[in-house]
Every structure is written in structure tokens, then in C-alpha cells.
Ligand binder design. Structure first.
Ligand SMILES: NC(=O)c1ccc[n+]([C@@H]2O[C@H](COP(=O)([O-])OP(=O)(O)OC[C@H]3O[C@@H](n4cnc5c(N)ncnc54)[C@H](OP(=O)(O)O)[C@@H]3O)[C@@H](O)[C@H]2O)c1
Length: 475
């Protein structure tokens, strides 16, 4: 069976890709906007077609000889995502029909169309409708899931952070809304099993575990984490306030928080029993079990994907060219012994997250908090893994855009800035070079850089010294 996977750099797609790669009976092709964002993949195990779903020629190339095509594309971060997602689904469907693909498998959101429906859910429904418009020409299995619980999922990180950080939770009305969460491993089981299913026409399959209110999910999560928390519900719902609250206390930025909270106005429960009928051998695990698994994976540094993984905007930039145009550069160089190079590399690659920024951590925290106040991502995204890094990883308010084993780490700033910024660590034989680049936009950008000159002087100087000191200690 020849399978096409889209969204392979996203939260669900990365995990599904790993699952599909285990199956010796399928030949897997991925369709990605930038192959740099894929994890390291053994040569020959995977075909890659680079392109966007708005490029119909590339879609034709990707669909050639395909039997089953997964549609896991999602562009929530764009302003006009509803229009884009609809167009993208139409292009995908048309290319699949043209190429004679037998089946499309899509995962959308759970929920019904009513006066409270969120813009995001409506767009996910319109996407499913576009994919399944020609029922006689192509089969479609359209899964619908609500809250996904798994290491690195946005919903789980929100619940976990609120529970971890706040001993008393004053919770708005939405915590009483009922939902039907599902563990990420069950999602992957359903998606993977669907490729074998011989059905005709379109089948909407709602998936989920037990029905719980968000308040109950918080209580159960606290129980699993062994924490005593006081949850005080209040009878009003303020979407704006709740979104700011989540933005400050959890890793998700304002826009993501807002779209999630917006979806909490109405119930998100299963509307059909197709999962039991069509996938009788899959029984979703309980919410508590999914939380246990998610916590375990995070503790063991085994998080395969995170909600913040995808990031086309980051790859749209030609970092080499843009860095060359940087107006301001803070360069620090220290002499190292060549024999220390690997230890130095390991130390600078361990930067961020629980390991901190090696100097003036409080200043980094304050900068992260200011970023959060402006709706940015802040520092709380942390690291996917405390021990490994890959291209595309989010790292506090940075994104890893280049990593060359033993030589270089390049981070691109995703905080709110009047310009573009990079932080680079490089080993050049017996030198450790650390550079902060800034490409300001307009006068504001220049003022920003000059106002931070003194702080930067101390922060960057101490950062490089501490990296080297740590490397010598570890060697
Ligand atoms: N995650 C959840 O909690 C959850 C819950 C319920 C349902 N779902 C559904 O599951 C599906 C996948 O969600 P996700 O969370 O995995 O999304 P995600 O992490 O945001 O990933 C989206 C993927 O789409 C790709 N993409 C975006 N625009 C594209 C384009 N024009 N052409 C090609 N690729 C494009 C992105 O690639 P880049 O890396 O290049 O940006 C990324 O790989 C969605 O339909 C979503 O509604 C998710």
C-alpha cells in the first residue's frame, strides 16, 4: 500500500509518521513545506515531496500512485485560516481524485454546529465537508476528536501547567462544560487502522474516551500528579480574560489560548457510535491513564511532538541571507581546547527550559513575562526534551533553525520584537563563538537594541563564560 501523509511536521502527523514507518507493508511518502523540519529519518525509508497544499503541481506529484492519503493540514496561525484551510482541502481532494487515490483520512474537531460554534471548529467542519464533497469519486474517513491528552499536546500542557503552578484555581463557567477527551496513542491507533478499512463513501467517526467536565479533568490531573488543589468555580465566562490567564500561566500564546477557550462554550461530546462499529478492536484508555502516560513521556524526555512544532513562517525565512543583513551583532569569542569542543557543543545544546540560560536567568524570565504580556510565546514553552534537540524544536521563546552536530546551534527568536533576532553558538576549531544578531525594523527596532545594550553586554558575556565553565566541569 502506498500512503501519503501530510502534516508530518505537526503534532499528530509526527507521531503518525513514526507509527506508519513501523509497518513493513506500506511505502510512505510525506508532503511537507520544508523538509528541514522533519526529524532525522534513515535514508530510503521515506519519500519526501516538498510543497504546499496551495501548489497544485506539487500536490499532483505527491499524489502519484498513492492508495491512501492522510489530510492533517491545519493553518491556525494565519489570520484568514478558515479561507485558506478550505482552499487547501479543495486542492487536496481534487488532486487525490485526479490521481485515482482510493481513500482520504482526515482528523477534524469534535462538536456540533450551533450558535456558540467557534470559528476554529467551523473551519474544521468546512474542511471535512470540502474533502468529502464527491462521495462517489473518493472514500473519506473523517475522524472527529476533541481534547487530545498526550505529552506536548496544547490541551494537556494547559491543564498540567495550571495544576502545577496554581494551588488555588478560580475557574470560569467553561470548566463545567462537558467534553470527551482522548489519549494521543488512541488517536494514532484509529488513524493507522483506518488505512486498512474497506468502506465506501464518507464515514464520520467520532472518537473519545469518557465524558468529563474540564473541572473534573483538572481534578483528576491533580490527583495523578499527587497535588492537592482547590478549584473554585465562578459563574461567568470571560473569553478574553481566560485567554490572558492561560497566556500568562501556561506555555500557549494568546492566539492559541483564545481559539481553545472559544471552543469551550459548548459541549464537545461524541455524536455517533461509528468508532465502536468500524473499529471495534480499539478501546480508548481513560483520561487518567492518558495523563499518566503523558507525564511519564515528559519525565523520560520521550516527547515525540509538541503543539508548537509546526512553523512554516520560520522556514519561509532564508536565515543565511537574513543574518547577513543583520544591522547589530553582539559577538563573544573565547579560546577553547580542541579536545573540549564536544563538551562545549553538548552544553550550549542543553540551553533553555529547565536548564536555564546559564547567566541572569531572572532577566530572561522577566523578558519572557514581558513577551507574554504582549501576547507572545514567552519562556514557558521550555524544551521538548531536556537532553536532545532537533531542527524545528521550540526552545522557550526561540526556535531551533539549524543544528550541526559538534559545530553549530542557531536559534531564531519567536518573541514579540521590533525586528528579527538570532542567537548562534559555533565552534571553530579552538574557538567558541557566540553571536546575537538583530535585524531591526525601523526606528523602534534601533531604539530597542540601544536600550538593551548595557544588559546585553553582561548577559552575553556571562553566558559564553558559563557555557565554557560548565563544559570544563562536565568533561
Ligand atoms: N492537536 C490537537 O489537540 C487536535 C485535537 C483535535 C483535532 N485535531 C486535528 O488534527 C489535525 C492535525 O492537527 P495538529 O495539531 O497536528 O496540527 P499542527 O501541529 O498545527 O500541524 C499542522 C501541519 O499542517 C502543515 N501545514 C499547514 N499548512 C500547510 C500547507 N499549506 N501545505 C502543507 N502543509 C501545511 C504544517 O506544516 P509546517 O510545519 O510547514 O507548518 C504542520 O505539519 C487538524 O485537522 C486538527 O483539527 C488536533
Amino acid at each position: 500500500m502506498k500512503v501519503l501523509l501530510t502534516g508530518a511536521t505537526g503534532y499528530i502527523g509526527r507521531r503518525l509518521k513514526q507509527e506508519l514507518l513501523k509497518d513493513a507493508n506500506i511505502s510512505l511518502r510525506v508532503f511537507v513545506r520544508n523538509k528541514q523540519a522533519l526529524d532525522h529519518i534513515p535514508k530510503g525509508s521515506l519519500e519526501i515531496v516538498e510543497g504546499s497544499s496551495f501548489d497544485t503541481l506539487k500536490l499532483d506529484e505527491a499524489m502519484k500512485d498513492i492508495d491512501v492519503a492522510y489530510y492533517l493540514i491545519h493553518s491556525l496561525t494565519s489570520e484568514n485560516y478558515a479561507k485558506l484551510d478550505h482552499q487547501s482541502a479543495q486542492n487536496f481532494r481534487d488532486a487525490a481524485i485526479k490521481a485515482g487515490v482510493k481513500k482520504i483520512i482526515y482528523l477534524g474537531g469534535l462538536g456540533v454546529v450551533d450558535e456558540n460554534i467557534s470559528k476554529h471548529l467551523l473551519s474544521r467542519i468546512e474542511t471535512g465537508e470540502a474533502l468529502s464533497l464527491y462521495k462517489d469519486k473518493i472514500d473519506v474517513i473523517w475522524f472527529r476528536a476533541g481534547v487530545i491528552i498526550g505529552s506536548g499536546s496544547a490541551s494537556f500542557e494547559i491543564i498540567r501547567n495550571l495544576i502545577q503552578k496554581l494551588p488555588v484555581l478560580i475557574t470560569p463557567k467553561w470548566v463545567r462544560v462537558r467534553a470527551q477527551p482522548i489519549g494521543i496513542d488512541d488517536i494514532i491507533s484509529y488513524l493507522s487502522a483506518a488505512k486498512e478499512h474497506s468502506i465506501s463513501g464518507t464515514h464520520i467517526v467520532d472518537i473519545g474516551s469518557e465524558i468529563l467536565s474540564y473541572g473534573e479533568m483538572m481534578r483528576q490531573c491533580a490527583e495523578v500528579m499527587g497535588l492537592k488543589r482547590l478549584i473554585i468555580p465562578v459563574p461567568f465566562l470571560s473569553i478574553g480574560l481566560s485567554s490572558y490567564w492561560l497566556n500568562i500561566f501556561t506555555p500557549v500564546p494568546f492566539q492559541v489560548a483564545r481559539s481553545l477557550i472559544d471552543g469551550l462554550k459548548s459541549e464537545v461530546v461524541i455524536q455517533n457510535d461509528n468508532a465502536k462499529k468500524l473499529f471495534a478492536n480499539i478501546t480508548p484508555i481513560s483520561f487518567k491513564k492518558s495523563v499518566e502516560k503523558a507525564l511519564f513521556e515528559a519525565e523520560q524526555n520521550q516527547v515525540i511532538s509538541r503543539w508548537s512544532d509546526s512553523g512554516a513562517d520560520v522556514w519561509k525565512i532564508d536565515h543565511k541571507d537574513s543574518i547577513a543583513e543583520a544591522v547589530f551583532i553582539d559577538e563573544q569569542i573565547i579560546q577553547i581546547k580542541e579536545s573540549e569542543a564536544q563538551a562545549v557543543f553538548d552544553v550550549f545544546c542543553s540551553i533553555g527550559g529547565e536548564n536555564g540560560w546559564f547567566a541572569y536567568d531572572l532577566l530572561w524570565e522577566i523578558r519572557g513575562f514581558i513577551d507574554k504580556l504582549f501576547g507572545g510565546v514567552g519562556l514557558s514553552r521550555g524544551r521538548r526534551s531536556q537532553t536532545t534537540l532537533r531542527k524545528g524544536d521550540s526552545l522557550d521563546f526561540w526556535k531551533v533553525v539549524d543544528i550541526v552536530e559538534g559545530k553549530r546551534l542557531l536559534l531564531f527568536a519567536q518573541m514579540k520584537l521590533p525586528g528579527k533576532a538570532w542567537l548562534e553558538f559555533r565552534i571553530d576549531k579552538d574557538k567558541l563563538i557566540q553571536r546575537a544578531y538583530f535585524l531591526p525594523s525601523g526606528v523602534l527596532g534601533r531604539l530597542y537594541w540601544f536600550s538593551l545594550l548595557v544588559l546585553h553586554y553582561f548577559v552575553f558575556r556571562d553566558m559564553i563564560n558559563s557555557i565554557y565553565k560548565k563544559a570544563k566541569e562536565h568533561k
